[in-house]
Every structure is written in structure tokens, then in C-alpha cells.
Write a protein that binds this ligand. Sequence first.
Ligand SMILES: Cc1cc2nc3c(=O)[nH]c(=O)nc-3n(C[C@H](O)[C@H](O)[C@H](O)COP(=O)(O)OP(=O)(O)OC[C@H]3O[C@@H](n4cnc5c(N)ncnc54)[C@H](O)[C@@H]3O)c2cc1C
Length: 422
Amino acid sequence: MKKNIVILGAGFGGITAVLKLAKKIGRLSEEYKIILIDKYHHQLYTPALYEIAAIPMEYADDIPLKSSVLIPVADAVKRKPITFICDEVSGLKEQEKKVILKKGGDLSFEYLVFALGAETNYFNIPGLREHSYPLKTFDDGARLRSKIEELVQKKDEIKITVGGAGASGVELVAEFINFVCAIKEKIDNGKNVCNAHFLLVEASLEILPGFDAVIVEKTKKRLENLGVRIKTNTTIAEVNADHFICKDGKKENFDLLIWTGGVKGPEIFGNFGLPLSQKGSTIINEYLQIQEQNGPKSPVAIGQGHIFAIGDNSSMINPKTGKPLIWNVPVAEAEGRIAAKNILRSITGKPLKKFTPAKKYPFILTIGKKYAIADFVYFKFCGFTGWFAKQLVELRYLLFILPPQKAIRTWLLAIRYYTSND
Ligand SMILES: Cc1cc2nc3c(=O)[nH]c(=O)nc-3n(C[C@H](O)[C@H](O)[C@H](O)COP(=O)(O)OP(=O)(O)OC[C@H]3O[C@@H](n4cnc5c(N)ncnc54)[C@H](O)[C@@H]3O)c2cc1C
């Protein structure tokens, strides 16, 4: 019987870890089996998710639209020594070295990697979950676009509020401006003006918390030019069907509230008996092993150091900034590579590699149409060049996980859909 290396979650971190393991496992595959588990058959390409929420109606039911953001896991693992199981993880028996799968029951592991991502955080704000729309899945995106279409058809004047001015909130609100007016124009044959109001609300003192001041300023300027009203230092305290009340007592009406104000570790972690951070994610040490919460000086890795966590479902302090490591794609991928290395090193008795986070990670922020700010740490550019850089980053990723022909086809298809509004 081979021993199992089990990776939970086929998102950015999980796929990176599993592909790296498959590439390097060599003769160890005679003894070890790599198993990847996800509750879906696809990986969600989140950086383009806002595009799904703003897709023109003539494309909304296109079957190929789905494949522009939902990358089949089977294609990514094809002809590799990886077994993919589509099932939901529902429990952990740490002592027995088993995970519990909803359909498949117990699955034993020798090494385990948690890469289950994050969930929307509603911060227990009364009414927020009930009266707002999240943007975490393909279905969330599709639901949002249907709701907007319904609103534009029903009302002459609409108010759309996005709660949370992080990268997702900014990208979404900017994309909606064009989208809403394009629908209106089609419905009225261009006879009436597009009477839509966009509000972006943020609890912090500035939009894009944690981003460089120069990026914040550029983004603010662009959003204001596009007609977005920005309210910072504003905490939503209570939400009702058509309005919310801020901490300072002020009331704001809305027709649609979209919540992109925060994420937290997976809800199911509550049943796993793992030490968790305040944000409900696992606490990891510099080798990415899940550790007891007893401080960095005497970290005790659980499961004899055979249980790792990467990406959004893990948290560690970045020693270069003194702040919790951000949750984004480059971090999840970098951690995925180190987790794979450390599993192979542990098997072969070599010392584990430390994960050394960068002080800053690259990002690209699209702010309406073909305009994006790209910050590659050592150089930045914005406008069409930034947007084009985002397309190249997407192509690079698709080429990493898909066969070349399929990657290029998916990429071209995505560009065709996403620019159909611009
Ligand atoms: C709308 C949006 C836009 C974003 N844009 C960007 C961006 O432009 N750039 C950037 O760097 N980051 C962006 N992010 C953040 C980025 O998506 C995450 O940081 C990244 O996906 C983290 O990777 P991960 O592997 O930790 O988790 P994920 O990629 O979320 O993968 C988790 C996987 O686990 C699976 N899973 C979850 N629970 C279970 C279960 N119980 N059983 C089985 N499988 C399960 C999920 O189906 C999923 O496939 C965005 C996020 C959102 C929501």
C-alpha cells in the first residue's frame, strides 16, 4: 500500500503544490501517492471574477463563458502522477492521520496540505449576510449580473453600493459603471440617460488598505473621474433591505449592496480542532507546518510536522513588515512551492526549507475598461499597458496549469468576453 500525500483544495496554492510535487516526486512515487481533493471539478480564476458579474446579456448564457474563469482540474492534472478526487472535506482525525470526505468517508494521509482558501467575512454585522451580495464564486458573479439587469429594467434610477474598498471592491465598482449604462442603453435604445449612482464604502481611513499611497491616490482619482462616490472611515453597523446604517448613525439607501469587505478562514475549521487565528485561519510556522498557538519562539508543529497549510486558509506574521502576510495569489503560489519542497525533503530526511515572504508582492488592479495599475514591485505602469500586463499574467498562469493549446484558447476566449463591454 502506498502512503498518501493529500492536498486539500485545488485553488492557486493547492494546484501549485500538487504540480510541483508531481514534477519532483520521481522514484518516491513507488512509495507515495499524490491525491488532490476539491469540492468542485474546476479551479476558479478569481482575478477575472468581476468580469462575470459584468458580462453583457447576449453572452450571459454562453457555455464557453464558464470555462474562461473555471479551469477544469482534470486538465491540470492530466498525464501526471496525481489522483484527483472531487469531494468535500468535512473533518479531520489528526491522531489517526485521516481526513473525512463527505462522499468518500475516511482517507488516510502521511502528509497533508490544507489549501482550502477563505470565505466571506460578514463580521456579525446585523442584516449584512441577508441583504448583500458576495463575490466569491462563479455563481455569485452570475447572480449579481442578473440582479443588476433586473434592477435596470425595473427602475429609472439605481443606487449601487460596494462595501469594502479593497482590490475586489475597487475593480468591481469600476467595471459596473460601464456595464450598467450599456444595459440601460440597450433597453431604451439610447433614449434615456443612464441614471446610476455608485458608492464605495470603506471602514479604513483610505481605500485599498495596505497599498502604497501613490497607488491609492491614482485609484481614487480614476474612480472619481468615473463617477464613483467614495466614503472612507465609514463602518457599516446594520443593514436592512434597502438601506444601511453607519456606526456614526448616518443612513445610506441602496438598491443593491455588494459586500467585498473581508474574508476569513473556512467555517468548517471550527470542527477540526486546529489552533486558529483571530481570522479563523490555521497558524503556520516558517516551514508552513500548522503549529500550536504558543508563540514563534517555541513552535510546536502538529501531526509530527506532517500537516501543512498554504494560501488564504493560513496565517503567519511577515517578519519583513511585522504584519500578517496578505492573502493573494502570489503568496498562495509561493507557499505551494515551498510546501511541496518540504514534503519531499521531509520524506528524504533533508532539513526543511524556510518560507521567506517578500516585503511586497506584485499586483495588478483593473479600474474600468482597459485601464489597470500594475505594480511589479520594482516598476509600475498604468493605463492600457497595465491592462495588457494583466492579460499576459493570466496567459502565464494558464500555460502553467493547462496544455498550451487549451491555455491559449481559454485566454483568447476570455479576452473576447471581457472586452465586449469596453
Ligand atoms: C473576487 C476576487 C478577486 C480576487 N482578485 C485577486 C487578484 O487580482 N490578485 C490576487 O493576487 N488575488 C486576488 N484574489 C485573492 C485570491 O483569489 C486568493 O488569495 C487565492 O485564491 C488564494 O489561493 P488559495 O489556494 O489559498 O485558495 P483558493 O484559490 O480560494 O482555493 C481554495 C480551494 O479549496 C476548495 N475548497 C474549499 N473548501 C473546501 C472543502 N471543504 N472541501 C473541498 N474543497 C474545498 C475550493 O473549491 C477552492 O478550489 C481575489 C479574490 C476574490 C474573491
